[in-house]
Write a protein that binds this ligand. Structure first.
Ligand SMILES: Cc1ncc(COP(=O)(O)O)c(C=O)c1O
Length: 375
């Protein structure tokens, strides 16, 4: 079920961008695995109808999100809180445009590059807070966070949870602590949770908006796109419990943000209603890939990968200051996401969301390069 799909002749960004260099693509967060058959069937059924005009979200679509949130995260939401969007990146940009008020916007670093850039793109100033490796997991630097929040012109924290690139997650206690800080300093939270259905270690994802003290002052961003391999269908959703914030959001969307792709909405409804078993198997597959990659990578000299609970992304670290891991990985024949774009050039990010054969191939390339170069 989870073999690598040959993506030739599909204009797949992941495979085309570095095709000439003949590098094995392990960069962009896009999996090489077929979408669940139920999604393929639902889309095929719809395209039999020959008209693809503007399409509103429909009640069973919102209900699918409501039921998913209840079933997966024990979060009871109202269908009216769900606002459909054409993507998560436009969503956190809209959040900054709307709620950043031209002031300081907090983001973690290292982080997904569009999130690092979003504040400046919307007339605000980025304040980065670091992450700390504490108690065997990546944690927000709480001291830095509070220092940032205290500033008068800081109105918004754009959080990435699960974290890209680390794959770390915030616990319920973390989110409760964050809720207290947000309340105390009057800071809104926009939480990008696009990777929340990719928890590999059996732990439970906690949506920001499900924390009582965050419900009324947060926007939670989710999508079926990463988990169910439908990222090209341009569709995500924001959960905005606060009616006034939702009104402002919808108003700001007018004439700026296009309708989400209705095929993406069909895919999302199907993902949340008919793909539980596929999803269960996917997690097992990704965990196997992660375990294998982690074992092998940690045998390479000068390299460390501390496997984290979430995502199909491995944040791999060079343990020697002068060692350019990105250059070595590329020289070995693999295209990683280079850490410098995430705010840390000592790392690379490797995407293991593919068939096991390609993860094995990547390991072979790395091992043989390390051997040949006496690293
Ligand atoms: C944290 C995070 N947010 C957003 C996105 C992209 O979202 P979208 O394609 O819905 O705009 C990605 C893609 O890698 C991501 O990792």
């Amino acid at each position: 079920m989870f073999d690598t799909v040959n993506r030739d002749n599909t204009n797949a960004v992941k495979w085309e961008r570095f095709r000439k260099q003949n590098l094995l693509p392990m960069w962009v967060a896009d999996m090489d695995l077929a979408s669940p058959p139920a999604i393929v069937d639902a889309l095929s059924e719809r395209v039999k109808h020959p008209l693809f005009g503007y399409t509103h979200p429909w009640p069973s679509l919102n209900q699918a999100v409501v039921d998913w949130c209840q079933r997966r995260y024990q979060w009871s939401i109202d269908p009216a809180w769900v606002v459909w969007m054409p993507g998560v990146v436009p969503s956190f940009n809209l959040a900054i445009d709307l709620f950043g008020k031209g002031g300081k916007v907090i983001v973690q670093s290292p982080n997904y590059p569009p999130m690092l850039q979003a504040a400046e793109r919307n007339g605000c100033t980025t304040v980065t807070i670091g992450l700390e490796w504490l108690e065997e997991r990546w944690q927000l630097n709480w001291q830095a966070l509070e220092t940032a929040m205290v500033q008068d012109d800081c109105h918004l924290f754009v959080l990435c949870n699960p974290m890209n690139p680390h794959g770390a997650t915030l616990t319920k206690q973390d989110l409760t602590r964050l809720a207290d800080l947000c309340k105390q300093h009057n800071v809104l939270l926009c939480s990008d949770e696009i990777h929340c259905d990719l928890i590999l270690d059996g732990s439970q994802h906690v949506p920001a908006g499900s924390i009582a003290d965050l419900t009324e002052n947060s926007v939670t961003l989710m999508a079926a796109s990463k988990t169910f391999n439908v990222a090209g269908l341009g569709c995500s959703f924001a959960i905005i419990p606060n009616a006034d914030m939702r009104r402002q959001w919808s108003k700001r969307m007018e004439d700026r943000i296009p309708y989400p792709n209705f095929l993406g909405m069909i895919a999302a409804e199907t993902a949340f209603t008919a793909c539980d078993e596929w999803h269960r198997q996917l997690i097992i597959h990704l965990k196997q890939n992660q375990d294998f990659l982690s074992t092998k990578i940690n045998q390479l000299n000068g390299v460390r990968y501390r496997a984290q609970p979430a995502t199909f992304l491995a944040w791999v670290e060079s343990t020697q200051p002068e060692f350019r891991l990105d250059q070595h990985v590329i020289a070995s024949g693999i295209m990683p996401s280079e850490g410098k774009y995430f705010g840390d050039e000592q790392h690379v990010r490797l995407n293991f969301g593919t068939g096991f054969d390609l993860v094995e191939r990547a390991v072979e390339l790395l091992e043989s390069y390390w051997r040949q170069n006496n690293l």
